[in-house]
Write a protein that binds this ligand. Sequence first.
Ligand SMILES: NC(=O)c1ccc[n+]([C@@H]2O[C@H](COP(=O)([O-])OP(=O)(O)OC[C@H]3O[C@@H](n4cnc5c(N)ncnc54)[C@H](OP(=O)(O)O)[C@@H]3O)[C@@H](O)[C@H]2O)c1
Length: 315
Amino acid sequence: MIKQILDKADQFIDKNKRLVGALAFLYAAGLATKSLGKIFGFINRQFLPGYNLIQRYGKGSYAAISACTDGIGKGFALELARRGFNLVMLIRNAKKGEQLAEEIRQKINKDIDIRIVEIDFQNIQKPGVIEAIVENLKGLDISILVNNVGMLIHGSFLGQNFAEINNLISMNCGAQTLLTRGLIQQLLQRKQKSAIINLSSLSCNSPMVGYAMYGASKSFNDYFSRSLSEEYKGRLDILSVRPGWVNTPMTDGINEKFFEITPEQCAHNVLRQLGRTNLTYGHYKHQLTAFFSDLVINKLNSDIRKQLENSKKSN
Ligand SMILES: NC(=O)c1ccc[n+]([C@@H]2O[C@H](COP(=O)([O-])OP(=O)(O)OC[C@H]3O[C@@H](n4cnc5c(N)ncnc54)[C@H](OP(=O)(O)O)[C@@H]3O)[C@@H](O)[C@H]2O)c1
């Protein structure tokens, strides 16, 4: 049967050499254009300077950043202050916020205006909490919202209790969704463009043993972000960010961190791409990590599964 089909195909190719040649050429040209497009896109985003953000989003406007007293959020606060934005810090520890504000005034811009809004994001889904934040920020010219706050739990799913799971949903999904919903009208009503940066993670690329909740929440972030970027195309610059390892308190206890970068490197490379795409890994090292992790994910999953099973047996 298969032999007959192959013989028929041979006969067809023999009789229609020109047509088959033309189709093969078109297919190869299509593949080459797609690959070249990817290579040019990569070079454009990674190596060419991005927009002048303060010109694009408006002098005197504010960047609101969640959880920015440390980690990636602090990286964004420093980088956005360097680009001339005033800041709104959505943070749980006002004293740490004041210290960072002082550091920014001394090292970066003495005239910057920094507002602090206290919020423990584990409470963001409680009644009245998001409404109070929105009321507090009413009338302020916010041009960029950085939805950065997030938490990591990993290890066996069975080892995670209800409180931890609820906290992760509030911090990783609740905060991003409610802050976006709370501020999007304000962002849309501005005369100049506005932007939303949503922190997802490279861990949303492939399902990973031990990271079910974290990976799923980061997939939520990515899907939410890219869906909204379609909905508000041309009106808002919405960017989903999928970093690999960044050196922050969240990853302190983790030993092997392939191609780790600093929070400022992360923020700097993301901001260079703002307005030019709706999805980025940020730093080129993390684009490479994404490529390699796709190749090794099955082996990685099998190794972690064995580790989890062994630790269960030894308990
Ligand atoms: N680090 C990575 O390798 C990595 C990779 C991919 C994606 N991401 C994503 O990037 C985002 C930031 O990650 P990160 O590594 O910078 O996180 P992180 O190290 O945990 O961030 C520390 C910041 O989060 C604040 N924070 C913690 N719990 C809070 C709460 N309940 N309410 C308010 N603020 C709280 C801390 O405040 P205090 O100073 O008061 O403690 C501090 O400002 C997350 O969404 C994460 O999923 C991270």
